[in-house]
Every structure is written in structure tokens, then in C-alpha cells.
Design a protein around this ligand. Structure first.
Ligand code: PGA
Length: 259
């Protein structure tokens, strides 16, 4: 399937930035900057958990065409898990996507592939689309074994997940050496790994499903490189950190992705 048949997703990962008024301001600036979203493009913002409700309502995201996403979830439905957030809690604030397996969570919070697998299953069962992140550290890139490394993460993280539609899952390839460093992978690097991820997805879910699942690139994606990235046949958008904190830059990425 060619890339034009999949809707491009430009997703902003705000990480742990902005307090409540700042988050709502950024959201309203974005809503204003994007009165119309180009056809064939979908836009998502993922604020910190505590800001989801406020950004969704006061920031105007829920009354716009921009989707609301979370940055983390716990797989258990409820219980003694201090500090955690359940799928039902995310549903109650109208979240439609949730990032899981980000390298920062894997590294700083010691999250495993097995954790991602449980999160992915709980989210899909609850009707929220996981944005499943994978990506290799610099030493793996240098050793040349990055395709095997990333495909192993995809397999372990998504094994046994049941999908009835490709729209129930998004994968984001984010090479760790490119996150927040200004070092973007080239569009050819991104294409190489996104295509390999799709082969792994076909092994897990069948070719037809894999052809419809969006595979994003993330890692210093910005207005200057987004067009080149999404022009690649297997790169279906971007997960954007730093550049998503500036409404003008993020809106410009959305417009360029649709051009
Ligand atoms: P960056 O972050 O765009 O700031 O590199 C991407 C991410 O971590 O999702």
C-alpha cells in the first residue's frame, strides 16, 4: 500500500512541560493556528496527565479537530497503584490516543517490553489507540544491529494484541540518539526502519493490517524536515517533542505534512 492511502499523523508529545495555564494557552494558540487541518492529515496533542481535562476543555482541543492523547497509562483497571492512571480514567477525559513505551519511560522508569504489552492490550480493549514507541540507543545504531533491535521491541511489545482495524494501533520509531538532540535521522534512515517495522507488523497481524497501521518517525522532527520525512513511503507522520511546544512550529509542521 502506498503512503498516500494512510492518514498522516502529526502528534505532539509535550512531555513534562508547561503548567496548567501555559498548557491551555499553547492549546488555544494551536487551535487558532489550525482553523482547518489539511485533508489526509490528523493532528494529536499529548499534554501531561494532570492537564488533559483542562487542555481538552478550556484549551479548546475537544471542540476542535485536534485529537487529545495521554503520555502514559497503567494496565490494571483500578486498585492500589499510587500515582497511576487507568484506561477508564483516560476515557473519562475523552482521550483517544496514548503514548506507550517511550524511551524515556523505558530508561528512567525501567519499563519493560512486557509492561508495554499489557498497556497496549488494556488500551485497545478500552478503545484508546496506543502510540507504541520503539527505537535503538546510539551504540546499537553504531553496531549496525538496529533493525533487529527495533523489530524485537515491536514483537515483544505487541505480541498477542488483537486488532480488528489498523486504526487501533500506531507505532512510532524514535531512535534514542535523535531525541531532543537536534540530530535527526535522515529521511532514508527513518524509511529503512519504518519499512522494517511494517514487515514485523505483517508477521504479527497479517499483511493487510500492517499496510494500514501508521508508523511514525520521532526524534528532532521539525518544520525544516517534516516534508521530507512524510514523503517517504513507510513514514506516516511524526511524534514531535521539542517543536510541539511552539504553536507556530507545530502548526507549520501540520501544514507542511499536508502540502
Ligand atoms: P524531540 O522528541 O522531537 O524533542 O526529539 C521526540 C520524542 O521524544 O517523542
Amino acid at each position: 500500500m502506498t503512503q498516500s492511502k494512510r492518514t498522516v499523523l502529526i502528534a505532539g508529545n509535550w512531555k513534562m512541560n508547561n503548567d496548567l495555564p501555559e498548557g491551555a494557552k499553547l492549546a488555544s494558540e494551536l487551535v487558532q493556528a489550525l482553523p482547518e487541518i489539511p485533508s489526509g492529515v490528523e493532528v494529536l496533542v499529548c499534554p501531561p496527565t494532570v492537564e488533559l481535562k483542562f487542555v481538552g476543555c478550556h484549551g479548546g482541543i475537544l471542540s476542535s479537530s485536534i485529537k487529545l492523547g495521554a503520555q502514559n497509562v497503567h494496565w490494571e483497571p483500578s486498585g492500589a497503584y499510587t500515582g497511576e492512571t487507568s484506561v477508564a480514567m483516560l476515557q473519562s477525559v475523552e482521550v483517544s490516543y496514548c503514548i506507550i513505551g517511550h524511551s524515556e519511560r523505558r530508561e528512567y522508569f525501567h519499563e519493560t517490553d512486557e509492561d508495554q504489552n499489557k498497556k497496549a492490550k488494556a488500551l485497545v480493549a478500552g478503545g484508546i489507540v496506543p502510540v507504541f514507541c520503539c527505537g535503538e540507543p546510539e551504540e546499537v545504531r553504531e553496531a549496525g544491529t538496529y533493525i533487529d533491535y527495533v523489530c524485537a521491541q515491536v514483537k515483544a511489545g505487541l505480541l498477542g494484541l488483537e486488532l480488528s482495524s489498523p486504526n487501533q494501533l500506531v507505532v512510532a520509531y524514535e531512535p534514542i540518539w535523535a531525541i531532543g538532540t537536534g540530530k535527526t535521522a535522515t529521511a532514508d534512515d527513518a524509511q529503512e526502519v519504518c519499512a522494517a517495522v511494517r514487515v514485523q507488523l505483517a508477521e504479527l497481524f497479517g499483511q493487510e493490517m500492517a499496510d494500514g497501521i501508521r508508523v511514525l518517525y520521532g526524534g528532532s522532527a521539525k518544520p525544516g524536515n517534516i516534508a521530507e520525512l512524510v514523503a517517504k513511503p513507510d513514514v506516516d507522520g511524526a511524534l514531535v517533542g521539542g517543536a510541539s511546544l511552539n504553536a507556530r512550529d507545530f502548526a507549520s509542521m501540520v501544514l507542511k505534512a499536508g502540502a
